[in-house]
Design a protein around this ligand. Structure first.
Ligand code: NAG
Length: 245
């Protein structure tokens, strides 16, 4: 009966070999798939095998990062996404005379401290209301500057130009009747009342038929201001309907 013993040993050896073979094969293929996934960062991989094992180590943090970016992926960091044929915008007026204003349209910052194109007074960006193409930006000191410069900036505007404005420090001391009238004709409700160190954000347009719904004004009041005699930040955001040709 020696051959039975030989067969038993053969069976045991075969079992061990095949176990080792399959174990290695599975382990190696998982490891390879995983490292490839890591190298290429192909997080869009949707097939069942991609998710058939727990992800740990650097993988996990990458997934988390992707998720947190998704939260804020709306243009200009807005809470809501705009429907087609609307442009996302966000405007912040300056805080006191310290933090500058910023103007964002369709995910592009048009004016900010970082872009180094803002200043005390009125900050204005002119944009094509059909395409959001930036036409020009300007900032005008309304405490000691020349209001004629604002008029010269605004007057050549063509119909279908969008005007985005933010105040910083004092937007009003030099503002005369003529300029207030111009701004009113672009849809502003507050341009006529604007006073020393008021906070103001406004989106208007040349050729606009009605008052703009995108405007905020905060009267400067020493008693109630957050920063004593200085203006507070106003933030306005939303979706501007695209001007159809
Ligand atoms: C806006 O862009 C369109 C397409 O290029 C052009 O036809 C139109 O004149 C532009 N409008 C303004 C106000 O620049």
């Amino acid at each position: 009966m020696r051959w039975i013993g030989v067969v038993r040993i053969l069976v045991i050896v075969c079992t061990l070999l095949s176990t080792w073979y399959f174990a290695e094969k599975i382990f190696v293929s998982k490891w390879e798939a995983r490292s490839l996934r890591y190298i290429f960062g192909s997080w869009s991989c949707k097939s069942a095998w991609c998710d058939s094992w727990p992800v740990s180590g650097p993988d996990e943090t990458e997934v988390k990062e992707e998720k947190s970016q998704k939260k804020n992926e709306n243009k200009c960091g807005n809470d809501k996404e705009c429907p087609p044929n609307y442009f996302a915008f966000k405007i912040l007026s300056g805080a006191a005379n310290v933090v500058g204003p910023s103007i964002c349209l369709e995910g592009t910052t048009l004016m900010s401290s970082v872009k180094n194109n803002i200043g005390r007074g009125l900050n204005i960006a002119l944009v094509n209301a059909s395409t959001t193409e930036l036409l020009k930006t300007g900032h005008f000191d309304m405490y000691s500057g020349d209001v004629k410069l604002v008029q010269d900036f605004l007057e050549p505007m063509k119909e279908g130009t969008l005007i985005l404005m933010a105040s910083f420090d004092d937007p009003a001391t030099k503002l005369d009747e003529k300029t207030r009238e111009m701004l009113t004709s672009y849809g502003s409700s507050f341009a006529k009342k604007l006073g020393f160190r008021d906070s103001w954000t406004f989106v208007g347009g040349k050729g606009l038929k009605n008052k703009s719904p995108f405007e905020q004004h905060l009267k400067n009041d020493k008693e109630t201001n957050k920063y004593d005699g200085w203006p507070e930040v106003l933030e306005i955001s939303g979706c501007i309907p695209k001007k159809m040709e």
